[in-house]
Every structure is written in structure tokens, then in C-alpha cells.
Design a protein around this ligand. Sequence first.
Ligand code: ZN
Length: 138
Amino acid sequence: MVHQQELHLNTARHGEMHDLTHRVSEVVRATGVTTGIVNVFAVGSTAAIGCIEFEPGLEMDLPANLDRLLPPGRDYAHEQAWHDGNGHAHLQATLQGQSLTLPIADGKPVLGTWQQVFFLECDIKPRHRTVVVTVYGE
Ligand code: ZN
């Protein structure tokens, strides 16, 4: 069977991370799927999804290091075209990735003990975000 549903969240600032592990696990549990895959996708071109150990150090390190790789204020062509100040946000989201697919086993997404699903806000202003969760399996 296939089940799809949206999660919604509000973000306040660039670099804000949310732990989605519980919400994604709850979607999977509610479907009754025991073996399959779950895909988690951030809608919008300035938000990222991935796995990390969700702890306060890495919650600072990931956005800080993306800012080092792709800092705000660089002379991005996106800025020359749109003047919206978020060229780095688009590039950070693309580099990190905007979706994640996990196996489902025993009715749960397969994750290590220190491995959580995160959402990362890359944009520079508060946003209302939609994450689409698709569960496929039996
Ligand atoms: Zn833009």
C-alpha cells in the first residue's frame, strides 16, 4: 500500500533545525506498514532534509559549516537576478539534499540509536514549511 501525508512546521530563522524522527515514525506506525520504505521530502527550494545525531553541538555545527562552504553575501548570480538575499540558502539546500528515503522494518523507520531525521531551514526569513511523507510497503 501507499500512504502519503503532509507535515507542517514553522521556522523562525536561517539554520534552524527540527527533529522530525518522532513525527515520521508516527506516520509509518499509523499506516500499519511493517516492511517497506518511507520518503521524507521538503517542499520548497530553500529547505533541507537529512539524517544526523540530533544533539545541540551538531545542531550548531551543520548550519555553521554550510555557512562556511556557501556563505551569505557572496556574489551569487541568483542575487544578481532576484535580489532576494538568499542565494546561499538555495545552494545549501541543494548541497545538503531535500529528501531522504529510509527502509521500514518491523513497522519502524530503520535508524541507528544516534541517527535522527532532521529538517533544516536554509532561508533567511520565517517560513511555514510543508514536508511530504510517503510510505510504501506492506
Ligand atoms: Zn531566492
